[in-house]
Design a protein around this ligand. Structure first.
Ligand SMILES: NC(=O)c1ccc[n+]([C@@H]2O[C@H](COP(=O)([O-])OP(=O)(O)OC[C@H]3O[C@@H](n4cnc5c(N)ncnc54)[C@H](O)[C@@H]3O)[C@@H](O)[C@H]2O)c1
Ligand SMILES: O=C(O)[C@H]1O[C@H](OP(=O)(O)OP(=O)(O)OC[C@H]2O[C@@H](n3ccc(=O)[nH]c3=O)[C@H](O)[C@@H]2O)[C@H](O)[C@@H](O)[C@@H]1O
Length: 469
């Protein structure tokens, strides 16, 4: 609970501050808001186009002790004159807003570049001009590919950490050619990092840059056809969760050979909290935030998620749990990939004493338990539609076990995540006859459908119009 006796890493009392959080309604923002509300006295001005992932923190009927400490402002930072005023009202701005799903980088490169560079410019400018501290969310993708990936496949140097460990102050940023539009995101993020760094050097902007390395957990992205467009392609955790929920084989892009390190969102949020509350130690730094101990190939991730899902759902494993797809088929022309991402932890360790704690198995178990409860148990099987009322009651009475009360309460009571683009999604699996199953999904909230439908009708036009402004 919030307490006035809280101290920073140097033993100084932490004063309550006001935070302007842009992109507060997203995956990371929702977890950060939850943490700030439940464990600190800080105030949050939460800015986003959507708020469905933080609705459970905002609803007055829940009579939260923090209701006077969080205020939602529905605005698009591309075109809203309220932005500067909100930044001025706060002590600290945290910018999370971005297009950050790889499926968009090569198919909507203009929107990706505008979102990650142009739209962030006014935020940096207002912070610099008004002497406000900025924590900006960049990405591990700024490192691009490892130096080792350019060595011959059988070179022993590929095993040498000097050729693959990614260091904030030493590693180069290695992207593919311009035709490989995958790198539009990384390149835009790199340039905004350079701009922020230059504002610090020339104009004294107090900044911290965060480079997340595949943070995963509950509420990440969307499940296509349930709380996102049926043709949408989210990040890998949601892609694989979707396949598992629908009893379809997991799709391994180009054989699933790329390697990633995954960190649990709750561990990563601890690192952000340390940055927020220790400005003297965090200002002027770029921090890798990841878990070097949780490295797997995407194929191994798929296999582990399959095993964990069998455990948490009680459903049998598919006869064919994975299939290979080419990146061109899955993402389209211009896709490319980061081969390996091991974060060096020296700087964050030295400055903030932070270390990740949760193993990959544990974080997948808690995340897939959430996914299963939120999505699978909210579905009604076609064949047993009549019994849906009793199952809804069961869903409402579920107790929280491995994840936060807030998240589960949101999933169960408010149907969080179940916003839906359509009233129902009929899904048939690609497995054997016994595994085949049809599902209808729960009805979404009316406001959410209207908002999302507008965007889904013409996402390109939506962003194109905004660019004109
Ligand atoms: N999740 C990760 O592991 C990860 C990894 C690397 C980098 N990041 C970076 O962290 C940040 C947050 O990521 P996330 O995973 O929470 O993504 P997210 O998509 O869940 O959240 C981003 C939020 O920003 C909002 N937003 C986008 N454009 C906006 C605009 N113009 N005006 C107002 N709101 C807008 C979106 O509505 C969304 O709620 C991003 O900058 C992303 O590039 C995340
Ligand atoms: O999370 C991060 O740290 C950063 O990396 C992500 O990029 P990436 O890891 O490539 O994105 P994912 O969608 O999570 O894909 C991971 C890997 O799984 C593969 N994949 C994805 C989806 C799928 O169904 N199957 C599959 O094999 C992809 O090709 C890729 O190799 C995104 O760019 C950002 O959210 C973020 O900046």
């Amino acid at each position: 609970m919030a307490s006035s006796a809280r101290v920073d890493l140097d033993g100084n009392p932490i004063k309550p501050i006001t935070i302007c959080m842009i992109g507060a309604g997203g995956f990371i923002g929702s977890h950060l808001c939850e943490k700030l509300m439940s464990e600190t006295p800080h105030k949050v001005l939460a800015l986003d186009v959507y708020n469905d992932k933080i609705k459970h923190l905002l609803e007055p009927e829940n009579a939260h002790p923090w209701s006077d400490r969080i205020q939602f402002h529905r605005l698009n930072i591309k075109q809203d004159s309220r932005l500067e005023g909100l930044i001025k009202m706060a002590d600290l701005t945290i910018n999370l807003a971005a297009i950050c799903t790889p499926a968009d980088y090569n198919t909507r490169p203009l929107d990706t570049i505008y979102s990650n560079f142009i739209d962030a410019l006014p935020v940096v400018k207002y912070c610099s001009e008004n002497n406000k501290r900025l924590i900006h969310f960049s990405t591990c993708e700024v490192y691009g590919k490892t130096i080792g990936s350019y060595l011959p496949k059988d070179s022993p140097l590929r095993q040498d950490p000097a050729y693959y460990v990614l260091k904030e102050d030493e590693s180069p940023c290695i992207f593919g050619s311009i035709e490989k539009q995958r790198w539009s995101y990384a390149c835009a993020k790199q340039l905004i990092e350079r701009l922020i760094y230059a504002e610090g050097a020339e104009n004294g902007l107090e900044f911290t840059i965060v480079r997340p390395f595949n943070w995963i957990g509950p509420r990440m992205d969307f499940i296509p056809g349930i709380d996102g467009p049926s043709e949408g392609v989210p990040r890998v955790l949601a892609c694989f969760s979707n396949n598992l929920l629908r009893r379809e084989p997991l799709k391994l892009v180009d054989g699933g050979q790329s390697q990633r390190t995954f960190v649990y969102i709750k561990d990563a949020i601890e690192a952000v909290m340390l940055m927020i509350e220790n400005p003297a130690r965090a200002n002027g730094h770029i921090f890798n935030v990841g878990n070097p101990n949780n490295e797997v190939t995407v194929r191994q991730l798929g296999e582990m998620m399959t095993e964990v899902y069998v455990k948490v759902s009680g459903e049998p494993k598919l006869e064919t749990p994975t299939i290979d797809v080419s990146s061109q088929e899955f993402y389209g022309v211009g896709y490319d990939d980061s081969d390996k991402r091991i974060p060096d932890m020296t700087i964050i360790n030295k400055q903030l004493g932070w270390n990740p704690k949760t193993s990959l198995w544990d974080l997948l178990e808690s995340t897939l338990t959430y996914q299963h409860r939120t999505y699978a148990e909210a579905d009604c099987n076609m064949e047993s539609k009549q019994s849906s009322e009793s199952s809804k009651k069961k869903e409402g009475s579920e107790n929280e076990s491995s994840y936060s009360v807030g998240a589960i309460a949101a999933g169960a009571a408010a149907g969080i995540g179940l916003l839906a683009w359509g009233l129902s999604a009929l899904v048939s699996s690609a497995g054997s006859e016994s595994e085949r199953k049809k599902k209808t999904m729960k009805a979404p909230g009316k406001d959410d459908i209207i908002q999302r439908e507008e965007f889904e009708r013409d996402p390109k036009g939506y962003f194109r119009d905004l660019r004109k402004n």
